[in-house]
Write a new protein. Structure first.
Lengths: 326, 256
């Protein structure tokens, strides 16, 4: 199978998930006895192309144009469609980033093709690829296959593969081929302006050894104090899933997940967090995960080492009492 | 400004999910449904834009008969009318066929602005907004956290990853997908619920739209995932649970 991997960078720095998807692509190429081309797209990114050429693949395609320096969905879709039409891959693989969500469905549809997005893995069975993605907020999985002719487009979720397993070349570097694309300013309808961060982060959750994290199950803003008390006794910080920050019950810089911080504390204690994918990607690398939830089927228990099915308003006060005893 | 907002009806968050034999979909009997939460933010944003800049808000939903309830809720909150694209087997459609159907159903409306939630809590494809833009030939922007009307276009705050944002400008007509948390969705008032009863919901049978729904992908099977980690469940009275959990965290996991 001929695979085209589209990598992602911002302002000359790799988005590391590109190498996770590279590891997936290398594995698929091995299984299908295929070939792998990897695209670097922007402007002035030859150094990244050169770096990528040290990995185990067949070629690097360097797609540079002044109109691609800043990302736009129009620019990327038009340029990548030309790359796909000349490289003729069977499968286009991308890391499932916010940027990919923004352009990849459009790119696929512009060719009349479909995309299987946000996959957590795949299986190679009977000479075919079966993609696995989550549905119902992680409460179920689904096996999905492409139908009809390629090129097919698929993306892998952050953490689905390990970046450190992306294999380097045994000897030397593979060729880096510049691919010219035709692009006119009037084809690009969005005008990208500056990138910025909100007010400086007041708390760096990545440094906390223990996180007591609250989700919808905490029910009301006045109950956050309970989690704060527990966090203090455990020598940690309070964090939250997105809905809690959306409600304004905790500031946005306390949010864990794909749109917030990614953490790996010694202990992550999830209180009333169901464990939607967007949250789990931000905390699943924690050394120990304990979860308290009233729903025994909550997906948070998929990643928890210790689970308690019950009412957090009964159990948390008991834990506090237990810790205060000593 | 004429705004179309797409709202989907999905299983309630706490609904127990059971999968039908063969794994094609979930058992819909006996569970309750609600408006897809990300779409409630899109609806609220549409209503606020209308309040500020005048115009009309049309709520569109595709799904079986039950989906009409989600349109009614949008009307009760202040949408002016609804379009229900009826298809009892909507779950068999892939993202492209869904978007083609929705595009065909609303093409004649010529909306200035189309809003969708970020993704649905059932399929979770997260593609509908982007695909609608492509099929209708409109520009789009996704994961939007703020909308300002400037001249004949919009200035938008896009959320990127890891706490980064970006401002982008986009001409109208356009399609936006709205990030959850952009606003505080309102509740329907009693007055709104009464007023909604007089509002029009047009029903379009999806099969009459003449959309080729040759799928690009096929869901072979939906299933409950196998656990990758073995969870040790701690049971008992709250005091016993607390004592056991602390003991395990201190002496087994050694993280306290």
């Amino acid at each position: 199978m001929k695979i085209l991997l589209i990598t992602e960078q911002r302002e000359g720095k790799w988005n590391n998930i590109s190498f996770e998807t590279l590891a997936a692509a290398q594995q698929m190429v091995q299984q299908t006895k295929g070939s792998l081309s990897a695209v670097v797209i922007s402007k002035g990114v030859a150094a990244l192309g050169d770096e990528l050429a040290a990995f185990q693949l067949d070629e690097v395609l360097l797609v540079e144009h002044s109109l691609l320096e800043k990302y736009t969905p129009d620019g990327f879709s038009i340029a990548l469609r030309q790359v796909i039409e000349s490289a003729k891959p069977d499968l286009v693989l991308l890391p499932h980033t916010y940027q990919v969500r923004d352009f990849a469905p459009k790119l696929a549809a512009s060719m009349g093709k479909g995309m299987i997005g946000d996959c957590i893995g795949y299986r190679y069975e009977n000479n075919g690829l079966i993609f696995v993605r989550q549905m119902f907020q992680g409460r179920t999985s689904a096996d999905v296959v492409f139908t009809g002719e390629g090129p097919w487009v698929a993306s892998f979720q952050a953490g689905a593969f390990r970046a450190d397993l992306a294999a380097k070349n045994g000897s030397g570097k593979v060729p880096v081929k510049p691919v010219p694309v035709e692009l006119k300013a009037e084809q690009i309808r969005t005008k990208p302006l500056e990138l910025f961060r909100e007010a400086k982060q007041a708390v760096d959750l990545t440094q906390a050894p223990v996180l007591v994290s609250v989700g919808r199950g905490i029910k009301a803003p006045e109950n956050i104090a309970l989690a704060e008390k527990l966090a203090k006794l455990m020598g940690g910080e309070v964090s939250a899933s997105r809905p809690i920050c959306d409600e304004g019950w905790l500031p946005m810089d306390r949010q864990i997940g794909s749109s917030g911080q990614t953490v790996a504390p010694k202990l992550y204690l999830a209180l009333g967090i169901s464990g939607a994918i967007q949250h789990v990607v931000g905390m699943k690398a924690s050394r120990t995960i304990a979860a308290i939830n009233k729903d025994a089927n909550a997906p948070i228990f998929e990643v928890a080492d210790y689970g308690v099915v019950g009412d957090l308003f009964e159990i948390v006060p008991a834990i506090i009492e237990e810790l205060e005893k000593k | 400004m004429k705004i179309g907002v797409f709202v989907k009806q999905v299983p309630a968050k706490d609904a127990p999910l059971a999968i039908v034999e063969g794994g094609a979909w979930i058992r819909e009997n006996d569970i309750s449904f609600e408006t897809n939460e990300p779409d409630t933010y899109a609806l609220e944003e549409a209503l606020r834009l209308k309040e500020k800049h005048q115009g009309e808000v049309v709520a569109i939903s595709m799904g079986p008969e039950r989906s009409k309830q989600t349109i009614k809720e949008a009307l009760a909150k202040g949408a002016d009318r609804g379009i229900h694209v009826l298809d009892a087997e909507f779950y068999k459609l892939d993202p492209l066929a869904s978007a083609r159907s929705l595009a065909a159903a609303i093409k004649a409306e010529n909306f200035d602005l189309i809003l969708t939630g970020l993704q649905s809590d059932d399929h979770g494809f997260g593609q509908t907004g982007v695909l609608l833009a492509e099929l209708l030939g409109r520009p789009h922007a996704t994961i939007i956290m703020a909308i300002e009307v400037i001249g004949s276009g919009l200035k938008l705050k896009r959320e990127l990853e890891a706490g980064w944002f970006q401002w982008v400008e986009i001409p109208l007509p356009a399609v936006l997908t709205i990030q959850s948390g952009i606003n505080k969705p309102r509740y329907a008032t009693l007055k709104g619920i009464m007023a909604a009863k007089k509002k029009e919901i047009a029903t379009v049978d999806r099969k009459t739209l003449g959309v080729a729904d040759a799928p690009t992908q096929h869901i072979e099977r939906i299933y409950v995932p196998q656990k990758t980690k073995k969870t040790e469940f701690i049971t008992g009275q709250p005091q016993e649970i607390a004592a056991k959990l602390i003991e395990k965290l201190k002496h087994e996991a050694r993280v306290l």
